[in-house]
Design a protein around this ligand. Structure first.
Ligand SMILES: Cc1cc2nc3c(=O)[nH]c(=O)nc-3n(C[C@H](O)[C@H](O)[C@H](O)COP(=O)(O)OP(=O)(O)OC[C@H]3O[C@@H](n4cnc5c(N)ncnc54)[C@H](O)[C@@H]3O)c2cc1C
Length: 458
C-alpha cells in the first residue's frame, strides 16, 4: 500500500471552489471594501464575517484555497493550548490570562453556531480535551485550578483512555474537533477568491500582485507569516516551529483529544476511522533530535512517531504522514489587529502557536469588529501594538542570537534564504531547505514553500 504524504483532509476533499461570478469583471485595478491576503482558516473566516456585514471582500491567494498550513492541521478546536493559563498569569497578569481563556472558549461556541446556521457537514463533534504528562502532576493540578477559576469546565484526573499510564491530566470539557477542509469548502462557495495570485507588495491602499494592482479601503494580511517586514517587524517578534503527524488505520478508536506536555510529548485525535498521532516539534531550520552537530536522539521526527505507533498500537497501519509549521510569538499571545501604528487600514492575524483554529475565529471577530467600527472586548489583549519587552524579552534575545549566528555563518558555499540572507539547513525529513532565522522553506529546486521568503533561490 502506498503511504500518502498528503494530509488526510486533502486526500478526502474534492477541489474547493469559490464564487466565480465576480471574475466576470476586470480584476486588475478593481476596488474593494476589503482585500484579504491569504485563503487559510484565518483569511476565510475573516472574509466570511466581513461579507456578512455587507462588505465587498476579495481574498487574494498565492496558491489555492487552504493549501497553506491549514490543510495540514490536526483541527482540534480548543481553549486548551498546552500549559497556558498559569504561565500567562505569570507573564501578562490574571486579567489578560482570563480574557485569553474567554476569547478561546467563545471561539468554540462560535464555530458550533456557524456550522449549525450554515448547515455545514464537517464532522463537527463535541469532545473533551486532555493535557497529560507521564512524569509530572503538580503543574497539571495548578493548570486545572487556574482554568477552572477562569470559567472553563476543567478538572485534574489521573486516568485517561490512552494506551499508557499517565501521572495526571487536565480535562477541559466541551471542546471540539472537525474536518477543516469540508468546513472551508462549504464557507468558500459564497466568497470571492482569486487563486494563483501572489501579492508582492502592499502600499497604502494598493495591493500589488503578479496579475495586476488592486485597491481597497482596508487590507487584511492572513498569509500565516506576515509578508511585510516594515513596519510591524514581525520577524523580530516570533519564530516558527515545525511538527509532524501520522494518520493510522487499525487502531482502537480514541474518543477525546490529547496533548502531552513532556519533552517529545504526543498529540492524539480520532478522525473518522483514522487516528492522528502528532508531535516531534522543533524550531524550523533545526533538525529534530540534533543540537549543533551532536545527535541528542537516535530517531528522526517521523521515526519518533512511528516508534510510538508501534509501541502503543501494534496493529496500526500508517496511511499518511505530513508536517506543518506555525508562528510562535514571544509572549505566547497571537497578533490580531492593526498591522502597525502607522497603517490605520492594514490589519494582520498571525502568531497562532499551533492553535490557529480557535484563534482564527477570534481574529475573524476582532478584525471584523475593528473594520466595522464596533468595540470588541479582546482587541486590547491581541493588539500587535502591545509592548513585548517584559513578557518576551528572553525569547527575543534568543531569536536575535540565532539570526545573527546564521546571517554570518559560512558566508561562502551555503544556500541562503531570499528573505534576509540566513544560511539554510537541509531537512531530510521534509526534503526542504529551511531557514533557522524566520522559518522560510524552499523545495529541492529552490522554490519557496513557506513564508516569509517571497522569492525562489537558485
Ligand atoms: C502539525 C500542526 C498541527 C496543528 N494542529 C492544530 C490543531 O489541532 N488545532 C489548532 O487550533 N491549530 C492547529 N495547528 C495550527 C493551525 O493549523 C494554524 O495555526 C492555521 O492553520 C494557520 O492558518 P492561517 O490561515 O493563518 O495560515 P495558512 O493556512 O498557512 O494560510 C495562509 C495562506 O496565505 C497564502 N499566502 C502566503 N503568502 C501569500 C502572498 N504573498 N500572496 C497571496 N497569498 C499568500 C498561502 O498560500 C496560504 O494559503 C496546527 C499546526 C501544526 C503545525
Amino acid at each position: 500500500m502506498v503511504i500518502s504524504m498528503e494530509s488526510l483532509w486533502r486526500q478526502q476533499t474534492e477541489k474547493i471552489e469559490s464564487n466565480h461570478y465576480f471574475l466576470q469583471g476586470s480584476i486588475r485595478e478593481s476596488h474593494w471594501d476589503v482585500v484579504v491576503i491569504g485563503a487559510g482558516m484565518a483569511g476565510i473566516l475573516i472574509a466570511y464575517y466581513l461579507q456578512k456585514q455587507g462588505k465587498r471582500v476579495l481574498i487574494v491567494e498565492a496558491k489555492t484555497i487552504a493549501s497553506g498550513q491549514t490543510e495540514r492541521t490536526t483541527a482540534k478546536i480548543t481553549s486548551q493550548h498546552g500549559l497556558k493559563y498559569a504561565e500567562l498569569i505569570r507573564t501578562v497578569g490574571e486579567e489578560k490570562a482570563k480574557l485569553y481563556a474567554m476569547a478561546n472558549q467563545q471561539a468554540i461556541s462560535q464555530y458550533a453556531r456557524l456550522i449549525k446556521d450554515e448547515k455545514i457537514d464537517c464532522q463537527f463533534e463535541w469532545v473533551d480535551s486532555y493535557l497529560y504528562s507521564i512524569s509530572q502532576k503538580y503543574i497539571l493540578m495548578e493548570e486545572a485550578k487556574v482554568a477552572k477559576h477562569f470559567g472553563i469546565q476543567a478538572e485534574f484526573v489521573e486516568k485517561t483512555e490512552l494506551p499508557f499510564a499517565v501521572k495526571g491530566a487536565v480535562r477541559f470539557e466541551n471542546q471540539a474537533q472537525f474536518f477543516p477542509l469540508k468546513f472551508i469548502k462549504s464557507l468558500s462557495e459564497e466568497l470571492n477568491v482569486l487563486e494563483h495570485t501572489l501579492v508582492t507588495e502592499i502600499k497604502d491602499c494598493w495591493v500589488v500582485t503578479d496579475k495586476g494592482i488592486l485597491t481597497a479601503d482596508d487590507i487584511v494580511v492572513t498569509t500565516h507569516y506576515p509578508i511585510k517586514d516594515v513596519p510591524g517587524f514581525y520577524f523580530l517578534r516570533q519564530h516558527q516551529e515545525r511538527s509532524y503527524v501520522l494518520a493510522l488505520a487499525n487502531t482502537e478508536p480514541i474518543k477525546n483529544m490529547y496533548y502531552g506536555i513532556d519533552e517529545n510529548g504526543l498529540s492524539f485525535r480520532q478522525a473518522g476511522e483514522y487516528l492522528l498521532l502528532g508531535g516531534s516539534s522543533h524550531r524550523t531550520g533545526h533538525i529534530y533530535g540534533k543540537k549543533g552537530n551532536t545527535r541528542t536522539r537516535s530517531v528522526s521526527a517521523y521515526g519518533h512517531l512511528r516508534e510510538a505507533a508501534k509501541n502503543y498500537f501494534p496493529k496500526a497501519k500508517e496511511v499518511a504522514y505530513w508536517s506543518a509549521q506555525d508562528c510562535m510569538p514571544h509572549d505566547g499571545i497571537p497578533f490580531i489587529g492593526k498591522y502597525s501604528v502607522f497603517t490605520p487600514h492594514l490589519y494582520v492575524a498571525t502568531g497562532f502557536q499551533k492553535w490557529g483554529m480557535s484563534t482564527s475565529m477570534i481574529a475573524a471577530k476582532v478584525i471584523c469588529d475593528e473594520i466595522c467600527g464596533e468595540k470588541n472586548p479582546y482587541e486590547s489583549l491581541f493588539t500587535p501594538q502591545r509592548l513585548l519587552v517584559r513578557a518576551g524579552s528572553k525569547e527575543l534575545l534568543k531569536d536575535i542570537g540565532i539570526s545573527a549566528g546564521n546571517l554570518t555563518k559560512g558566508l561562502f558555499g551555503k544556500r541562503r534564504c531570499s528573505h534576509m540572507g540566513c544560511a539554510l539547513i537541509w531537512n531530510p525529513e521534509t526534503k526542504s531547505w529551511d531557514c533557522p532565522c524566520h522559518g522560510s522553506r524552499f523545495d529541492e529546486d529552490g522554490k519557496v514553500l513557506d513564508n516569509p521568503a517571497k522569492k525562489d533561490i537558485s
